[in-house]
Design a protein around this ligand. Structure first.
Ligand code: BTN
Length: 235
């Protein structure tokens, strides 16, 4: 797939920057890397601190792409799946869009949409921890890619994930999530686990439906979760 890559030494947030560009009209897909983000954003209004340099170094980038899918709902799963498939067989996905390794989060994804006239855009932001961070003794530090791929550097990671990601997003736009469902289940961290969702639903996670909606088997039967935070309930 054709796309351009741009690297900025400093930006408020690669997502924010591409949202501005999308609203002004984007033509070809752009992959924007921020070596430093001064106002990186996570999901649910959380901050995402990031710097490529030093301990706790991350790769932070966003893809801005014009998109006309019939149903946007499985996009975050398609993106997460593409990222884990292009990086390592041991990486797992925690619905709806975190990448985990050995019980710790390794990467996060923030997807936003914009429009300019009739055109709609997806801005897909990805932050991948590359170098391990010192723990503060209180909480376990997040996972970093160098723990499972020693010596790997951010530019190589970008090279591995970029083209497959653009391709995966374009395939998703034409075929939707359904063809990816089996592959998602193979990476699904929550499958078969006792979970509790922020909307109060509790039960056993049973994967996702053909649209990427989370299925939870509860005392009252199968419940579909469209959006919520989900955590594994300690036994
Ligand atoms: C999350 O786990 O809450 C999502 C984190 C997403 C972070 C990435 S870093 C690149 C892009 N720019 C941002 O401001 N956020 C996303």
């Amino acid at each position: 797939p054709s796309f351009s890559v741009e690297i900025l030494p400093e930006v408020d947030s690669t997502n924010t920057e591409l949202m501005r560009r999308a609203r002004a009209g984007l033509t070809d897909p752009v992959l924007l890397v921020g070596e430093r983000q001064t106002a990186g954003r996570g999901r649910l209004g959380r901050d995402w601190k990031s710097d490529t340099q030093g301990d706790g170094g991350t790769l932070t980038f966003s893809l801005g792409i014009a998109l006309q899918p019939q149903d946007w709902s499985g996009l975050s799963l398609a993106v997460g799946l593409s990222v884990v498939q292009s990086l390592h067989p041991d990486l797992q996905l925690k619905w709806p869009n975190d990448v985990w390794w050995q019980g710790r989060k390794l990467a996060g994804i923030l997807i936003e949409t914009a429009s300019a006239g009739d055109q709609r855009y997806a801005v897909i932001g990805i932050g991948i921890n590359i170098t391990p961070r010192e723990g503060d003794g209180l909480r376990t530090p997040p996972a970093a890619l160098q723990e499972l791929m020693p010596g790997i550097e951010a530019p190589v990671v970008l090279q591995k994930v970029a083209a497959p990601l653009v391709h995966a997003v374009q395939v998703f736009a034409s075929q939707g999530f359904a063809p990816l469902r089996q592959a998602f289940h193979g990476r699904d961290l929550l499958y078969g686990q006792p979970v509790v969702c922020t909307d109060g639903t509790q039960g056993i996670a049973k994967g996702v439906d053909a649209g990427g909606v989370l299925l939870v088997h509860t005392d009252n039967g199968l419940v579909k979760i469209n959006s919520a935070e989900v955590s594994v309930r300690p036994a």
